[in-house]
Design a protein around this ligand. Sequence first.
Ligand code: A2P
Length: 285
Amino acid sequence: SSPSVALNTGLQMPVLGLGTYKLCDPEDVHRAVDAALSAGYRAFDSAAVYRNEADLGKALRELLPKYGLTRKDVFITSKLGPKDQGEKAMEGALHSLSQLDLEYIDLYLIHWPGTQGLAVADERNPGNRAQSWASLEELHGQGKLRAIGVSNYTPAHMRELMQSCKVPPAVLQVEFHPRLCQPELRSLCKESGVCFQAYSSLGKGELLTDPVVLEVAENCKRTPAQVLLRWAVQQGIPVLPKSSNPDRILQNAEVFDFSLSDTDISRLSALDCGHRFCWDPSGVA
Ligand code: A2P
C-alpha cells in the first residue's frame, strides 16, 4: 500500500487516493474499488455531489474482506455539497455518514466556498461558510468526522477561516498540476500546518499530451500519467487520480518506485501559467 502523510490531527492520510468523481454506476464503483484495493490504494475520495457515497460504502463493505482489510485500514473522504452550506450543514454531513453507512468519516471537506442558489458574489457566503465550519467542528468533536478541511478555497477564504476557526482545517484540496502550481496556497498551507492535497493532477486527461510531459515520460520510461502524479508526490503532495479503468487505476498507483530528476521537476513546474481545467473559485465572496 502507498505511503502516508501525518495530518495536524495526528491522523495518517495515504498519499495516494482514488478520485471517484463521475463514478456513479454501482457496478463501475465496485469494479474501480476492487481494482484500487488490489493495486494498494487505501484512500477513496467521494462527495455528496458525486452521488456515489452509498455505492462506495457498499463496495467497501463487500470488498474489504477479500483483501483481509477492515474499516480502519482505509481512509474515506467525502464533502459537503454547496446546497448544504450554512444552516443545512449538520444535516448534510449526517446524510453523508448515513449514505456511506459508516460510523465515522476520516476526512470531511467543505466542497466549495460558495452556496448553491446564491449569487457567487452574495455577501451571505461568508456567514454560510462559518456556519458550515462550526457544524463540522461539532461533528469532529463527537468523533464522527476524524479530520475536517476545505476544498477549492482561495487564499482569502483560507485566511478568513484561519482567523475564525476553533479547529483549524487539516486539509486543503485544490486543483494542482504543472500548469497550476498554486504557490500562494502552498506557502499558506505550509505556514499554517494544513496539508495541501491535489485534485485533477492529470488536468482532466488533457495534460497527458503536453509535449514536456511526453518528453519526460519518454526519458524515464514511464507513462505521462505516472510522470504527472510523481511530480506531485515527489514534492510531498498527496494525489487523487480518478479513473474507472482497472489498468489505469493500477498504472496510477505505480509512482513510488521511481524518481524524477530535479531538472525534470523544474521543467514541469515551469509550465505554470495559472491555467484551470476546473471551476475557478476566485470570484466567490
Ligand atoms: P478513465 O476513467 O477512462 O481512465 P483528472 O483526475 O485530472 O481529472 O483526470 C481524470 C481523467 O483522466 C479521466 O477522464 C480518466 O479517464 C483519465 N485517466 C486517468 N488515469 C489515466 C491514465 N493513467 N492514462 C490516461 N488517462 C487516464
